[in-house]
Design a protein around this ligand. Structure first.
Ligand SMILES: Cc1cc2nc3c(=O)[nH]c(=O)nc-3n(C[C@H](O)[C@H](O)[C@H](O)COP(=O)(O)OP(=O)(O)OC[C@H]3O[C@@H](n4cnc5c(N)ncnc54)[C@H](O)[C@@H]3O)c2cc1C
Length: 328
């Protein structure tokens, strides 16, 4: 029998909490309005006081810190040990829902944990809701090559587990919990993992499209890779970065670190400008959360106009230079 509690796995990288945790807590608070339990942050190892305060301000009512019997010899836990710690804690507390970021770590830990718990896991969800009648988590994700959105239920087994990519949910749904409860637990995971972490190397990305407040994206409508030069000029003026549709990436016009969409990055900037992008569902999946969307397309029936706040019908090569000129 599960408790009705909703847990969020607190992922840390270089001792910093991954921002996706705050997005999940904020969303968890909304989901919890239909559940009977608490929103709990499940963290591995120690947390700073400022980090607990952050978790609290995004809605965590309680933090459970999980430790091995003795600190792992290399000072941190690998994904197998993390899965074991979570497994022991979940078995003990029986939460109803467990959410994690669809990050490299989340994607490694959660499937392992789901198998150990004998429950289901929906990866890469784009929406989560609770059916208020049945208190069941409705987990929506693209399926069949992204052509449909499937809503998946884990009807019997508990916890209901889902991962969500960073930036799918905003962090603006903040609810402050009154006083956060702290609990420490120790479980014996020593010797469980066959892995030995020798060194952790963090890749330094040149730019992070997901963090920018302005994204100027180009698609196949640019006609050639040179078109991205024009987008760079506009992005530069707006202090933004350049994004792309998969159509443009597949043509080799720009690297896939710029790709926005279902198989690229999810962005929710203050301003998204789509230039020569038709608005396929897989592209929309990665940018529909943007605050303001401007679309430039010569086809007045392009689907991108259905979600755009402002639409400009015409040739982007006539329109963009004029906008850049006006911004001088
Ligand atoms: C499993 C799967 C995953 C996918 N993941 C992604 C993803 O992550 N991201 C993504 O973007 N796509 C993804 N796709 C591909 C997606 O379905 C579309 O094929 C792709 O988004 C189309 O790119 P586009 O809009 O640039 O090209 P098109 O659909 O060819 O659109 C080009 C647009 O440019 C307009 N245009 C042409 N010339 C001009 C001009 N001079 N001025 C103004 N407008 C002009 C045209 O009217 C047209 O609307 C995925 C597909 C699958 C099956």
């Amino acid at each position: 029998m599960s408790t009705g509690d909703l847990w969020v796995f607190v992922e840390k990288r270089e001792e910093e909490i991954n921002p996706v945790v705050f997005e999940l807590l904020a969303k968890g608070c909304l989901l919890n309005e239909h559940l009977s339990g608490s929103v709990i942050a499940a963290c591995i190892g120690k947390l700073k006081v400022s980090q607990r305060d952050m978790l609290s301000s995004y809605g965590a009512e309680k933090v459970i810190s999980l430790f091995g019997e003795e600190e792992a010899s290399h000072g941190s836990y690998d994904y197998i040990e993390i899965a074991e710690l979570l497994y022991a804690a979940v078995k003990e507390s029986k939460p109803s829902i467990l959410l994690a970021g669809a990050t490299f770590l989340g994607r490694s830990v959660m499937p392992l944990l789901a198998v150990k718990l004998g429950t289901g896991l929906t990866a890469d969800c784009t929406e989560l809701e609770v059916d208020p009648e049945r208190n069941i988590l409705l987990q929506t994700r693209p399926a069949f090559g992204g052509n449909i959105l499937a809503t998946i239920e884990c009807a019997v087994k508990r916890p209901q587990m889902a991962t969500v990519r960073p930036h799918v949910f905003g962090m603006d749904m903040v609810r402050r919990a009154c006083k956060i409860e702290i609990e420490k637990r120790h479980y014996n995971v020593s010797g469980i993992s066959p892995l030995k972490v020798l060194e952790t190397v963090i890749e330094k990305e040149k730019f992070d499209i997901t963090e920018s407040e302005v994204v100027v994206s180009g698609g196949r409508g640019l006609g050639a890779s040179a078109g991205f030069g024009l987008l760079e000029k506009l992005a530069h003026k707006l202090n933004g970065v350049v994004g792309a549709s998969r159509g443009a990436v597949d043509l080799g016009w720009i690297s896939n670190s710029h790709q926005v969409g279902q198989t690229g990055h999810t962005v929710n900037p203050r301003l998204y400008i789509a230039c020569g992008i038709s608005g396929a569902i897989q592209h929309l999946a990665g940018m529909k959360g943007s605050e303001t969307i401007i679309a430039i397309n010569e086809d007045p029936d392009a689907p991108i106009f259905e979600i755009a706040d402002y639409g400009i019908v015409g040739d982007l090569y006539e329109i963009l230079p004029k906008i850049i000129e006006r911004l001088k």
